[in-house]
Design a protein around this ligand. Sequence first.
Ligand code: TRP
Length: 468
Amino acid sequence: MSRSTNATEDSILSTNVASRGKWSSKFGFVLAAAGSAIGLGNIWRFPYTVGENGGGAFVLVYLLFVALIGVPVLLAELSMGRSTERSAVGAFKKLMPDSWWPAVGGLGVLCGFGILSFYSVIAGLTLSYLYMAAQGKFTGGFTGAESEQVFGALTSNPLATVGLTAAFLVLTALVVRGGISGGIERAAKILMPIFLVILLILVGRAVTLPGADEGLRFLFAFDFSKLGAAGIMSALGQALFSMSLGMGAMITYGSYLRKEDNLPSAGLTVAFFDTGLALVAGLMIFPAVFAAGLEPEAGPKLIFIVMATIFDTLPFGLFFAVAFYGLLAIAALTSTISLLEVIVAYFVDERSWTREKAVWMMTAACFALAVPSALSLNPSSSLADMVDTNDFLDLANIVFGNYFLSIGAVFICLFVGWKWGVANAVAEMRQGGAKLFAAPLWGVLVRYVCPVAVIIVLIYAAATNSYL
Ligand code: TRP
């Protein structure tokens, strides 16, 4: 490779919104978009949601939603972004000026805010687990009961949960402010494949633990009687959340994709790896849940209590523990970067704020919203058990991560399918050499199937009072 190609390789620009850099290659784009998509959604949210909703049947419905709703919405967002070269709000403005459509982008910015607030609390916990792993806490005789106790002690300490949240937000802010996400993406290029290898080794360990087969049965037995309206709603939310859809993050990322790149193939690659990683996480966690005698419906604490018990059963357990939590924190960071980036891009592009001001003001505002989520992890806090057994963090997760994203996805489909038009979007997708034989199918999906299906799920959840 010549020197000059190396130089372009090095200039993967992801944050310089004002000068609108481009990914230096399709690979650079795939990496950054996969970095946004792959995160706590795959390793933390997917397994516990599967656990709460009875296992296999939920997984099947989730996969169906990924294929029929997630992928079409992903292509819609990416083509909007690349066509307009704008972030969420700007893209709607450019395609449909003087209309109320840009408000959909505004809803996305608000939603990004909500998601970042609770996401950074969980991401903060991974920092503490990394520290405990390095201290050797999870190796040398560590049981499921102890694991519950460690999690309880950490989460009932408000100074720790709030402090860790602040630490993770500041880390995110520093990356987004410094415009060094390109560097993070390049690091992720090496680190994420390593993460996958570590996860596969952990899967290998988990499925050979005594009692593991019960976990596999849980994951693959399709018992639809366990799946109610709330489960179907969560499967939809999870499909959108995991691929970073419904709030304009992928519009923003699409705006950096070069015209000569094959957009549908880039999008499908991201969807494939994101979904694959969630399934790998499931294969890792459920066998370990049953082997350690823990409960699959433990909720958001599931991966924390379960994973900590697995390292003691492995040779080089300390190494695997540190690698697992370290890489999980980095996977979370590439996602929080994308969330903050959407918010900052709006204030820089549309409100002419300086990047510096936008980053710190929005980080501070996000922290304010994150504090109640962090405090609500303490079981004796008045923010725990707010509605049924859901604490403040659960509610933020459900409201923003399921409902806002679903409503956002409906509007994006209606906009691309009926306002901007399928023909325009398909023409955009074909630039870069995609043949797109499935274009007519995609058109039917964005115009009819996706909006109707999402609205039916929303109404079904509301009508049966299964909001949560
Ligand atoms: N998809 C990420 C995950 O699975 C989280 C995330 C990042 C996200 N950016 C987003 C979710 C935008 C919804 C919208 O961890």
